[in-house]
Design a protein around this ligand. Structure first.
Ligand SMILES: Cc1cc2nc3c(=O)[nH]c(=O)nc-3n(C[C@H](O)[C@H](O)[C@H](O)COP(=O)(O)O)c2cc1C
Length: 207
């Protein structure tokens, strides 16, 4: 959707997705989920939905739905969807990254997106500065009982680079896509409560 009418189309998709998740009236997106998996109906998407169903004023965007060019040192960027996503990050109080563990690290789509966060230090520097004080979280799935020790630090350190509060990671391994195990569902609910608290604290501070 990088050509004409991209923002309109972007918002249409976003609001469709929002209403799929929860029937709620529109309002500011306080919590923005950024899903980066090789499939939009996989385990990471399922765990993300289990968290977001408990959140008010929240929406998840799927990086697969957007055109994000890999980082280049060429300064003539801007023809893709990154700036629209950066704008959504700017408006949110909390950002929740969601990625499966692929070869001990974040997924390819998420890494491309993370490399482009470099734009928030130059092209879109005011947005990068405005991330300070927001909260960032991570949702992850893998086939191992724990995420590898090296998995969370790139997310946490990047958030801290932008002076964001690091809210931590929810990681789960589960066998069946159809039915989330009860303990995983409960962890998702607890994690959502932590996100909700973070956005409430920020909203109160801003009032
Ligand atoms: C390319 C690829 C690499 C993977 N690497 C790992 C890994 O290093 N460690 C692990 O525990 N699971 C690994 N897995 C399993 C996934 O992390 C796991 O199935 C995850 O829940 C998939 O999430 P998704 O449905 O959103 O893709 C890998 C799967 C794929 C497809």
């Amino acid at each position: 959707m990088s050509d004409g009418g991209e923002l309109v189309e972007f918002l249409r998709r976003l609001f469709e997705r929002r209403s799929e998740q929860k029937e709620r009236a529109g309002g500011p997106i306080r919590t923005l989920g950024i899903l980066g998996s090789a499939r939009n109906d996989g385990k990471t998407a399922a765990l993300t939905s289990a968290v977001f169903q408990h959140l008010d004023d929240a929406a998840v965007i799927d990086l697969n739905d957007f055109s994000i060019d890999p980082y280049t040192y060429d300064s003539a960027r801007g023809g893709d969807d990154f700036s629209a996503l950066a704008q959504l990050m700017n408006e949110a109080d909390a950002i929740v990254f969601a990625s499966p563990v692929y070869w001990y690290s974040m997924s390819g789509p998420m890494k491309i997106f993370f490399d482009r966060l470099t734009d928030l230090t130059d092209h879109y520097k005011p947005i990068g500065k405005a991330l300070a004080g927001k909260s960032a979280f991570l949702i992850a799935t893998s086939n191992s009982p724990e995420a590898p020790a090296c998995f969370e630090p790139p997310f946490a350190d990047t958030a801290r680079y932008f002076d964001m509060h690091w809210g931590g990671m929810l990681h789960a391994k589960f066998p069946d896509l159809q039915q989330l195990p009860a303990d995983v569902a409960e962890h998702a609910r607890t994690f959502a409560a932590a996100i909700q608290t973070a956005t409430a604290v920020r909203a109160k501070a801003a009032a």
